[in-house]
Design a protein around this ligand. Structure first.
Ligand code: ADE
Length: 239
């Protein structure tokens, strides 16, 4: 997968060279280029923003540098991703969908956002996805790109050593994952549940499923209703 990130704060994206995202690049599964939007300005002040038409507080990102940046970076197989508080909620499903793309371009907005015409024009040429990390407002899209990249890159084939962990993790089956434990068996008077040390894989699987259901019902009841709700069998309903 190829990724281009356009931002006015390229240093903000430096964590992309660390840890498993860095390793994915070193192993050739991923290439990431971070671009300074000001490269595509032509005035002496390298201006990227201006006051909003219609009045109001803050500044809006001007369309010209964004248009040139997308002209330079977009190919017939690109997808444009714009993190914004007015986007559709970013979910594990979105992460899977983005992981299928061969080329992602992230446009990091700042201030009050990017002139709407940039997105309207881009939509006529390539798929544009506006995504929100949640119902709160960040200074800009940079940190959102780091989050989205973590979620997407770990889904790329070959990035995670153990593909089973993808199948079993929270949100994979529409449920939160059960609690996890490791050694020692007793720590500060707290014991690991006996069943996990029983070696009975059938009962362990049932226990994990029950704990998942209980956790999800308590913490995220919204996940058990609605269109993404998991299918429950008879044993599940007894929990
Ligand atoms: N940029 C600013 N706020 C954001 C949010 N909540 N999600 C994604 N990008 C953003």
């Amino acid at each position: 997968m190829r990724v281009d990130v356009v931002t006015i704060f390229p240093e903000y994206l430096s964590p992309l060279s660390l840890s498993l995202i860095g390793k994915a690049q070193a192993s050739g599964l991923l290439s990431v280029d971070v671009h300074d939007l000001r490269t595509w300005t032509s005035d002496v002040h390298r201006t990227v923003d201006d006051t909003p038409y219609g009045g109001g507080p803050g500044m809006v990102m001007r369309p010209e540098p964004w248009g040139l940046a997308l002209d330079a970076l977009a190919t017939p197989s690109s997808r444009l991703v714009v993190p914004t508080p007015v986007g559709a909620p970013f979910t594990q499903r979105t992460a899977h969908s983005l992981a299928d793309a061969s080329h992602l371009i992230f446009a990091c907005g700042r201030y009050e956002g990017i002139d709407q015409r940039v997105l309207d024009h881009a939509s006529s040429r390539l798929p544009v996805t506006e995504v929100s990390l949640g119902d709160y407002v960040l200074f800009g899209g940079e940190v959102a790109v780091l989050v989205i990249m973590e979620a997407v890159v770990r889904l790329l084939p070959g990035v995670l050593g153990n593909a089973d962990s993808l199948a079993e993790e929270s949100h994979a089956a529409g449920l939160l994952e059960a609690p996890v434990y490791t050694k020692p068996p007793v720590w500060r008077d707290l014991a690991v549940p006996d069943i996990l040390r029983s070696g009975d894989h059938g009962r362990i699987a049932r226990w994990r499923r029950d704990e998942s259901l209980r956790r999800t019902a308590t913490r995220r009841p919204d996940m058990l209703s609605g269109p993404e709700a998991p299918e429950l069998d008879k044993a599940d309903r007894a929990v």
